[in-house]
Design a binder for this molecule. Structure first.
Ligand SMILES: [Zn+2]
Length: 340
């Protein structure tokens, strides 16, 4: 089959489109013909070099396609069935897994991180990870959903415990997590404030339901939030930007508020003023992916049309370098997809 592999860590030039052997399908697996795979910031981190990644390696976490065949021990799938793959790998038998907290399993990793991913034509998936999709969702839309929507759902619902009517600040409206977080917050009838670096992105965010947009190059986030909330602050901040926005994010919280973070695209080193943390009774929550239960839950809303996939642009798999370069420039609103 055709696949994109990296044989060394580095820039987009290490992405190599080549012929490799088809995957061997175990009896408890399902073989899927990949139609679309979305890019995430994780692809850039893995490409640049992360511990636990064995070379050569296939990137790509979010994939959708058609069932080719199901192994002997698997029932309930038929050839040609349209599916997406839950983007996580876990042992399935430890206490965390059996209690539904797969993202705390010691073997937990994201598909395409410490295990091979979906930038290829054929993918052998654990049956648990193969989830049928409705005809209303095309493959590009389906591939754009799982990682960012389960992440945003876990952050807002699982960890921060969002309640109807709260005020939520979502950083980075154009990012996948931002797009998911805006819509999930509106599903809970929250007031949503979001940020972006261009007016076009802010307009698109408003079209998704955001109530207020802050231009983060022209306006100071904490000052705008103060004005919008009548000096009260927000209940929840959805963070994934890191160093560049951390102080502003902390300033935006109301007393008792929660900052939940799942990333550090601008850098991991931040400071915390402990006096503010305890006196204002703030919560800082670290989030990584989500559980299989949460994925099923959020997909239910996507399949019913209450949450929408947003695809920015597609590239053929053979032109994946251009797709990575495009993602690195952060000009997108929504997901970047490679199609096999
Ligand atoms: Zn486990």
């Amino acid at each position: 089959m055709k696949a994109v592999r990296i044989h060394q860590f580095g820039g987009p030039e290490v992405l190599t489109y080549e012929d490799i052997a088809d995957p061997q399908v175990r009896k408890d697996q399902v073989l899927v013909r990949v139609k679309a795979c979305s890019l995430n910031h994780l692809d850039l981190w893995v490409r640049g070099g992360l511990p636990g990644v064995k070379l050569p390696h296939i990137l790509g976490s979010d994939l959708a396609g058609e069932v080719v065949e199901a192994g002997e021990y698997v029932s309930g799938f038929k050839p040609g069935q349209r599916v997406l793959i839950a983007p996580m790998h876990f042992c399935g038998r430890c206490v965390k897994c059996v209690s539904g907290q797969q993202n705390q399993c010691r073997e937990f990793t994201v598909i395409g991180n410490a295990v091979d991913g979906g930038n290829c034509e054929l993918f052998a998936a654990a049956a648990t990870n193969v989830l049928p999709i409705p005809d209303t969702l095309d493959f590009n839309q389906a591939a754009s959903v799982p990682l960012v929507f389960v992440t945003a759902w876990h952050m807002l619902v699982g960890l921060a415990g969002v309640r109807p009517g709260q005020t939520v600040l979502v950083l980075g409206a154009g990012s996948g997590v931002g797009i998911a977080a805006i819509q999930i917050s509106k599903l809970f009838h929250c007031r949503v404030i979001t940020t972006a670096g261009t007016e076009t992105k802010l307009e698109k965010a408003r079209a998704l339901g955001a109530d207020y947009g802050i231009h983060h190059y022209q306006q100071k986030i904490s000052e705008e939030v103060r004005k919008i909330t009548n000096k009260e602050g927000v209940d929840i901040v959805v963070e994934h930007v890191g160093a560049a926005t951390w102080d502003e994010s902390m300033k935006c919280l109301k007393t008792g508020g929660a900052l939940v973070t799942c990333g550090a695209t601008t850098g991991p080193g931040v400071g915390i003023d402990l006096r503010h943390l305890f006196a204002r009774q703030l919560r800082i929550l670290g989030s990584y992916m989500g559980t299989m239960g949460e994925l099923h839950e959020v997909l239910g809303h996507v399949f019913a049309g209450r949450l929408k996939a947003v695809v920015d642009r597609t590239f053929p798999l053979s032109e994946i370098r251009a797709a990575h370069e495009y993602l690195e420039k952060s000009q997108m609103f929504g997901k970047v997809i490679v199609t096999a």
